[in-house]
Design a protein around this ligand. Sequence first.
Ligand code: PMV
Length: 338
Amino acid sequence: MSAGAAEGGKATVLAPANIAFIKYWGALDLERVLPTNPSISMTLTRCASRTTVEWRARGEDEVWVRGGGELAPARGAFAAGVRRHLDVLRRATGAAGSFRVATENSFPAAAGMASSASGFAALTLAVVRALGLDLPTEELSSLARQSGSGSAARSVLGGYVEWPRGEGAEQAHAFPLAPAEHWDLRDVIAVVETGPKEVSSRDGHRRAATSPYFATRLALLPDRLAAVRQAIAGRDLEALGPTLEEEAIDLHLIAMSSRPPIFYWSPATVEVLAEVRQLRREGVGAWATMDAGANVHVVCEPAGEEAVAGRLAALPGVTQVLRDGVGPGPILDAEPLF
Ligand code: PMV
């Protein structure tokens, strides 16, 4: 593979986050980011990362972030992660030279939302486009996850997406299950915690197999996967909901019973879960899921969105409510950051 554009190529890509109905939790090979189990997610619209990349003949990589105001040099683990991924992409594409990168998240950085999936997807797509390469989606999906964020493999695609269990290289990428327009689902996000999480998802994946319940969940997964695929195909929220909630609870059950244990929930997480159950008793189809954090994603249909958002906003522990929904995936010619 070699770069197809003259140096100086520039591209800006907006890639959305995604929310998993069946979670990636536990890895066959953490270094190669190959999951123990298949996962299924919905790609969002508004919660997204926008990344501009310029490819240059010489010089050092530069990484900039915009957190509301002007671009500022990126620092710490974030900058290191971007630089590592640029090395991965240089190796994979055979490109020489350096990259100037600027990135921002549409959702507030302090909202404690996972931005690694959208961030690595946007970076991968922008670098490949700045290099003038036209790679198949399978390869882009596989490249996006190679610096550690497995869920980035799913953010390269829109709509409903499956990422299979990773045994061979050809299986190490996500594929589409249904386009966004197949089923208009919403994700109302109750933000209850704004700080960085104490234990990274990488450590969570590493510890998952130490939980006595890890094997139990794996045994349940074939039925859950089949149920979720069928519910998506049939646009059946009453079938999807219980499974996606069970999956979220099991992820946290495994985290809490790992050695050493991981507690991602805060008291407000439990408060939101109770409110979602109350909404269902009142006839609103709403189902909750959480990633490796305290914030709660409430999945519902458009008819229920208003009620869900209003009720979550009224809870004392909820600092912010973000409204998102299924979307068509990355925008390849977004507005540049520089
Ligand atoms: O993308 P990673 O490697 O940070 O792992 C993500 C794990 C979860 O968000 C908890 C589940 C998922 O499938 O998105």
